[in-house]
Ligand binder design. Structure first.
Ligand SMILES: Cc1cc2nc3c(=O)[nH]c(=O)nc-3n(C[C@H](O)[C@H](O)[C@H](O)COP(=O)(O)OP(=O)(O)OC[C@H]3O[C@@H](n4cnc5c(N)ncnc54)[C@H](O)[C@@H]3O)c2cc1C
Length: 426
């Protein structure tokens, strides 16, 4: 069998590696045009257009399990920073609340010590790891391929690109992100991602070089009533990401998201001054001021889709369940998609079972995608509405209950177990 994968971001590249494990060939197609990017930027912009942008992403036990299955765990752990505690503060750095993240994973059933601590990794570094693994496995990636339409034929599916070329596969994976053209082909424009009005400005800073000391690995600074939020994430002894949210700026053009600001001195000063006016701790403000790259991330919410499959096409990652990223669940849910598809193909490798695999994939993943999206929306409400003091107090009570195992976050998602249960119920 051969799969056409649209989108060579984190989930697309991970999907190609998963299919490779079960002997299914695939080819990646991404709209990013490296040649045009290099021409536009005088030779230095190509990497920026294809992943060398953005800030950090969270990998918890469920996602680390999938990366372990793909044979990438050691490399990912060596390239990331463990985040044993998640902390929340009032905007000025007082009234600390700490969630014992290792305990959450343990109480969720994680028994492998290597997977217990969630890690933060630069999105660009993770993309690089996945793309290099694809290259090693002989998986081809074509850039400058913007999908415009999909046609199902009797023996497969044909993808048509804006440059007039086509690609044919036995099935097609849509891993083309929040503005997915594959999703539009399946469900029409009614399933468009909706801009929430929020923009996260994500900086990456060399902490050591700038003498910035970070005592917390993962920290959120909040003033709910004024909708003021800043985050910091440590990704190595030398590097960290910092983010500030704004709610009064125009929506960036589609495709411009995550593209680093070209006028860095202007943007770093503007954002650091804004944070200083809120009264954030000095080191947080300095992190933004000294960032060597700042990328805007427009925050979208995607309506819940009724299905992630139609005919020979399936949706994975943000194309299926792009979500407001407050809970850090977007990539975790996308990697679970990859793990489930891999397990299904392990059980049903025959071409005659293809439609069963794709339908089962959707049946297993849709409820999980809806649940993760709702959790993210609830978290957004927790951050941006309600009274500051009461909100912080309620958060403290909730975290206390988690730390003492009086309430549970839920079981760590296990792809083989989920697939086994779904197959047993057939
Ligand atoms: C450059 C970049 C930087 C990011 N940085 C961060 C970050 O710092 N923090 C964070 O939390 N999230 C970040 N994200 C989002 C994050 O990667 C996703 O939310 C999550 O990882 C799910 O990944 P995905 O592969 O489903 O989608 P994405 O990572 O968005 O990948 C989708 C891919 O599909 C391609 N594509 C889109 N439309 C088409 C089309 N019509 N035809 C062909 N290809 C298409 C895109 O070029 C992209 O490479 C970033 C995304 C991008 C693209």
């Amino acid at each position: 069998m051969h799969a056409v994968i649209i989108g060579s971001g984190l989930v697309g590249a991970a999907s190609a590696l998963a299919l490779h494990q079960v002997g299914i060939q695939s080819t990646l197609y991404d709209q990013v045009d490296l040649v045009q990017a290099a021409i536009k930027s005088g030779g230095v912009g190509a990497a920026v257009d294809f992943g060398d942008s953005g800030g950090s992403v969270l990998l918890a036990s469920n996602a680390l399990r999938v990366l372990k299955t793909l044979g990438l765990l050691d490399l990912v752990l060596a390239s990331s920073f463990p985040s044993e505690y998640t902390t929340w503060f009032k905007i000025n750095g007082t009234a600390k609340i700490a969630l014992d993240a290792v305990n959450v994973m343990k109480s969720g059933g994680e028994t492998d010590p290597a997977l217990m601590a969630p890690v933060q990794i630069l999105r660009s570094r993770l993309h690089n790891i996945l793309m290099q693994a694809c290259q090693k496995a002989g998986i081809r990636c074509y850039t400058g391929k913007k999908l415009v339409s999909i046609t199902e034929i009797e023996i497969g599916v044909v993808a048509q690109f804006a440059d007039g070329s086509t690609a044919t596969g036995d099935f097609l994976i849509g891993a083309d992100g929040i503005h997915s053209a594959v999703r539009r082909q399946l469900f029409g424009d009614s399933c468009k991602a909706v801009f929430t009005g929020a923009i996260g400005h994500i900086g990456v800073v060399r902490t050591k070089e700038n003498n910035i000391t970070l005592t917390e690995t993962c920290a959120f600074y909040l003033e709910r009533e004024k909708k003021q939020t800043a985050w910091t994430f440590k990704v190595s002894e030398e590097l960290a990401a910092v983010q500030v949210m704004t709610f009064d700026e125009p929506q960036p053009a589609e495709g411009e998201e995550y593209r680093p600001y070209s006028n860095l001195p202007k943007e770093s000063t503007r954002l650091a001054d804004l944070m200083a006016s809120w009264g954030v701790p000095k080191h947080v403000e300095e992190m933004m001021r000294k960032s060597f790259r700042i990328s805007p991330a427009a925050i979208y919410d995607l309506p819940n889709l009724p299905s992630y499959n139609k005919g020979r096409v399936v949706l994975l990652g943000d194309s299926a369940h792009g979500m407001v990223p407050n809970a850090g669940l977007g990539l975790l849910t996308g990697l679970e998609d990859v793990g489930v598809l891999l397990e299904l193909f392990r059980r049903f490798p025959d071409q005659k079972d293809l439609s069963k695999v794709l339908e089962l994939y959707s049946k297993i993943r849709v409820p999980k995608g809806h649940e993760a999206s709702q959790k993210s929306r609830d978290m957004a409400k927790q951050y941006y509405t309600g009274s500051s003091n009461m909100g912080h107090f309620l958060l403290r009570v909730g975290i206390f209950l988690f730390n003492h195992n009086w309430i549970k976050f839920g079981e760590v998602y296990d792809c083989p177990a989920e697939v086994a249960a779904a197959v047993a119920a057939l």
